[in-house]
Design a protein around this ligand. Structure first.
Ligand code: NAP
Ligand code: MG
Length: 491
């Protein structure tokens, strides 16, 4: 046998070659240069006359100008929602409410491609995620809650479900249109009217949804969408005409909101931050687990409240798992969000990239070891390499605080009890993952881990029928499923 193959260097997966670009076309996307506020079924100019830019984080170019709503605009929007609630929405038969929501769901499906491209342009997430995950889930949420509109008495037997009135809804930038769907669909199905404020860096798909809602013929004022900054959100929270606040965002802002509504009759649900544990036991199918870990933290650049940002590996398989993770990171493609090959897109904003970089430095200062793939990064835009930290202490800030970026900390464990204790040892409790071949371990861990969602042998799976929400500083209240209806009803 020839010995010559000894001299052939072993090539890594994509060493020396790369995929040809496969950009998704944006030529079909219709965007205006400037967007007004959607109040009472019409696009109206902001009282202040002020607009701000929303940019594409992958190239730092301006996409459009968006209106800045002040407290006078918030007041107009809340009044429009109240009028719509009193005059039309609470009076029409539930079955008719359902028909409007179905129509919105179908229009979202018809315009799925355009919405996916805009989501990737405005927020930086890879097109394969906005196309295959976000937008289909958005349509599914509207379909699911449309079905409940005329069946609320079956959802809550022996109770008389009544709407709350006007809901103020505030959402973050990581799943812009999906968070809008999570908020609007159940609120409408239950007979409420809404005022929604999207995040300042990702307002465009919510404004496209406003166009869809206008075209759908939904009565004027049932849904109002107002853009702006934190102050706009605060004005909405503090408006006396609001019956319910639904907030998704950071724990810090959640605490401010909780204080603001204390002593009022406003109902509140808060979906806040997370620091999820993903746990691999020695009997787990390692290759699948590694794929799940990669998906759990690098998916959407780690801009996921339930990102599996803390990995716990049973000692006996630690070396194997670490090597496989490093090999897989080398194959991830970081870059243009509109390229269909891209795995990791752009960080949502310069501010968020600065936060992530601060934690990368902090992790090294704390004595942890940092590993990053050897891929290059685009010269323009906000990008971060997928990162692993090993040699991480339980008390390290990178293991305790939400980084909200593509950064994974790895720790080891020996026994079930040890890993349960470590996994629960954070202020958060939103989600977790368990990888094992033993059902008994899954049951043991899921009953003892204080997390709203625990995935077993999979990660980051969402469905409109499943409730989602947190323990501890991850918030309270549930969205999705039957629980999501209860949050918008007086029972
Ligand atoms: P954020 O800073 O709390 O902002 C969320 C929303 O609140 C934005 O629309 C923001 O407006 C607005 N806002 C800011 N200050 C406000 C105030 N004082 N009063 C009322 N509204 C105010 O959070 P983010 O950085 O956008 O999002 C990331 C966070 O969301 C992470 O912590 C993540 O874990 C969490 N998250 C949780 C879930 C969940 O379901 N549990 C889901 C997704 C994200 P501006 O955009 O203008 O600042
Ligand atoms: Mg943007």
């Amino acid at each position: 046998m020839s010995k010559s193959n000894k001299t052939v260097p072993k090539l890594k997966f994509n060493e020396g070659w790369s995929y040809a670009p496969a950009p998704e076309s944006a030529s079909h996307v219709k965007l205006q240069d400037r967007y007004d506020l959607f109040i009472g079924g019409k696009f109206v100019k902001p009282t202040s006359g002020k607009y701000f830019d929303t940019i594409n984080p992958a190239n730092e170019e301006k996409i459009a100008q968006v209106a800045e709503a002040n407290s006078a605009d918030v007041d107009k929007a809340v009044k429009a929602a109240r009028t719509a609630y009193d005059k039309t929405w609470k009076k029409i038969p539930a079955k008719e409410r359902g028909k409007y929501i179905y129509r919105i769901a179908r229009m979202i499906q018809e315009r799925a491609r355009e919405l996916a491209v805009i989501e990737s342009m405005d927020g930086g997430k890879p097109i394969k995620e906005s196309r295959d995950v976000d937008i289909p889930l958005v349509a599914n949420h509207f379909f699911y809650y449309a079905g409940w509109a005329d069946k609320l008495q079956y959802a809550f037997p022996n109770k008389i479900p009544r709407p709350l009135g006007v809901a103020g809804q505030i959402i973050p930038w990581n799943f812009p249109l999906l968070m809008a769907a999570w908020k609007i669909a159940p609120a409408l199905a239950c007979g409420n009217t809404v005022v929604l404020k999207p995040a300042e860096t990702t307002p465009l798909t919510a404004l496209k949804l406003a166009e869809i809602i206008q075209e759908s013929g939904l009565p004027d004022g049932v849904v109002n969408i107002i853009t702006g900054f934190g102050e706009t959100g605060a004005a909405l929270v503090n408006h006396p005409g609001i019956d319910k606040i639904a907030f998704t965002g950071s724990t810090d802002v959640g605490k401010i909101i909780q204080k603001a509504v204390a002593g009022t009759n406003k109902k509140v649900t808060l979906e806040l931050g997370g620091k999820a544990a993903n746990i691999i036991f020695d009997g787990a199918p390692i290759d699948q687990a590694v794929e799940g870990i990669i998906n759990g933290i690098y998916f959407n650049q780690g801009h996921v409240c339930c990102a599996g940002s803390r990995l716990f590996v049973q000692e006996s398989v630690y070396e194997e798992v670490l090597q496989k993770l490093k090999d897989r990171i080398e194959t991830l493609i970081v870059g243009d969000p509109l390229d269909k090959n891209t795995d990791v897109g752009a960080i949502n904003s310069r501010a968020q990239l600065d936060t992530i970089n601060k934690y990368l430095q902090l992790g090294q200062d704390e004595g942890s070891e940092m590993f990053q793939g050897s891929c290059g990064l685009p010269g323009k835009g906000f990008f971060c390499k997928p990162t692993i930290f090993t040699n991480v202490a339980q008390s390290s800030r990178i293991a305790q605080e939400e980084i909200f970026g593509p950064v994974l900390t790895i720790q080891t464990f020996r026994t079930d009890d040890e890993v349960i204790e470590k996994a629960n040892n954070t202020p958060y409790g939103l989600s977790a993952g368990v990888w094992t071949d033993k059902g008994s371990k899954i049951f043991n861990l899921t009953t003892k881990m204080r997390a709203g969602v625990v995935w077993a042998n999979t990660y980051n799976k969402f469905d409109p029928t499943a409730p989602f929400g947190g323990y501890k500083e991850s918030g309270y209240g549930r969205e999705g499923g039957l629980h999501g209806l209860g949050a918008y009803l007086k029972l």
